[in-house]
Design a protein around this ligand. Structure first.
Ligand SMILES: *Cc1c(COP(=O)(O)O)cnc(C)c1O
Length: 391
């Protein structure tokens, strides 16, 4: 594959739409072939000059998606993984037993679960803190002991915002790396590496692929280091390697990332404003609302929108807030009752049922992933479901 080398870096929309403009040299195809080989021929003198040996470590099917994501994030290198969780856990598995790690109390539930169970049992010293408070971060950091600070912004499922630049400054001053789960922000709306972060993680399952048909993850690093080489070994040796077809689909989905993210963000803002102060809604949680935690930081840190994710707390019916929330989800027609986010179809989910004991999600909370449907239809569907749940 060959890549044009512009004098000026292209706008992210151009990078995405053309998938960097790569052409398959052999066939002149503008869409890449699907590479499925698991192994590569050695040279006659027993060398591997192609750089490829075996597809658990690396695969030409990854090259284009990795290059596009790396360009959008302004990184040194991107690595695809078999899932968002495979990417996120690689960040921690590359640390050493005894390392102290800070993570937020409000964060993606499965990763929090893994950190508090497996990672702790394997010897990481994991501490959950209020990551939205720089004072709490400063107090929890142990210079020389804290190896990594993990943040998620906006964070599931309350969409709280963490100041990436400020938290990075604190982490670096204590000698710790800073990694960001930027799944919800996407590289279009936030650029964590430019704000100083060391590693960015995405569940590519979500907005990057965007069509609810691929499980994938990606890490992007700001600069090479012995730590990053350990992360590469985690992928190659633990084998959380993405499949070729999934990588191909991901590169296809990335071509419309900018259009999808902008449309979902615009609709989410319209929906948040519509239901803010609504008599059947106790609270709307969305960083785009000036009333919400972190709005000022989000307005500085995010560019071009506040993302497609929001939550609503349903006003109690005679059966209470939790029953009312579950009844709303039962009555929607367009909003589909399903977990996940970032697809073209809008999803609604009662998070407390999913997360169980210890969840920061209040029982009356519904998480909304805004899709690409007409925003008027989406609002009308929620209106009728809210009314039905309170009858
Ligand atoms: C989905 C998700 C993950 C995990 O990704 P998988 O591909 O499901 O493993 C991690 N972080 C966030 C914010 C997510 O939404």
């Amino acid at each position: 594959m060959s890549e044009p080398t512009p004098d000026q870096p292209y706008h992210p929309d151009t990078v995405a739409a053309q998938a960097l403009g790569w052409i398959d040299e052999r066939t002149r195809a503008v869409i890449p072939p699907l590479h499925v080989s698991t192994t590569y021929l050695r040279d006659e003198d027993n060398q591997y000059r192609s750089g490829r040996v075996y597809a658990r470590a690396d695969n030409p099917a990854f090259d284009q998606a990795e290059a596009v994501i790396n360009t959008l994030e302004g990184g040194h290198q991107a690595l695809l993984f078999a899932s968002g969780m495979a990417a996120a856990t690689a960040v921690f598995q590359a640390l050493k037993p005894g390392d102290h790690v800070l993570a937020p109390k409000v964060m993606y539930w499965s990763l929090r679960n893994w950190l508090m169970n497996f990672a702790t049992e394997w010897g990481l010293d994991v501490e959950l803190i209020d990551m939205t408070s720089p004072a709490a971060v400063a107090t929890a950091l142990r210079p020389g002991k804290t190896a990594l600070v993990w943040i998620e912004t906006p964070a599931n499922p309350l969409w709280t915002v963490t100041d990436i630049a400020e938290t990075t400054r604190l982490a670096h001053a204590a000698g710790a790396l800073l990694a960001v789960d930027s799944t919800v922000a996407t590289p279009l709306l936030t650029q964590p590496l430019a704000l100083g972060a060391d590693v960015v993680m995405h569940a590519a399952t979500k907005y990057l692929n965007g069509h609810s048909d691929v499980i994938a993850g990606v890490l992007v690093v700001r600069e090479d280091s012995p730590y990053w080489q350990r992360v590469r070994k985690v992928r190659a040796q633990l084998g959380g390697t993405l499949g070729s077809f999934e990588a191909w689909l991901l590169a296809r989905g990335l071509r419309t990332l900018h259009l999808r993210v902008r449309a979902a963000s615009a609709s989410a803002l319209t929906i948040a404003r519509h239901f803010d102060g609504h008599p059947l809604v106790a609270e709307v949680l969305y960083p785009g609302l000036p009333r919400c935690q972190g709005h000022e930081i989000a307005a500085r840190q995010m560019t071009g929108g506040f993302g497609g994710m929001l939550s609503i707390r349903v006003a109690p019916s005679q059966q209470g807030g939790e029953a009312a929330a579950i009844a709303v989800a039962a009555k929607t027609a367009i909003w589909k009752r399903a977990t996940s986010l970032g697809g073209t179809e809008s999803l609604i989910e009662h998070r407390a049922s999913v997360e169980g004991a210890g969840t920061p999600a209040p029982p009356d909370l519904l998480r909304l992933s805004t899709g690409l449907e007409d925003v008027g239809d989406l609002i009308a569907d929620l209106e009728q479901a809210l009314a039905a749940a309170h009858r």
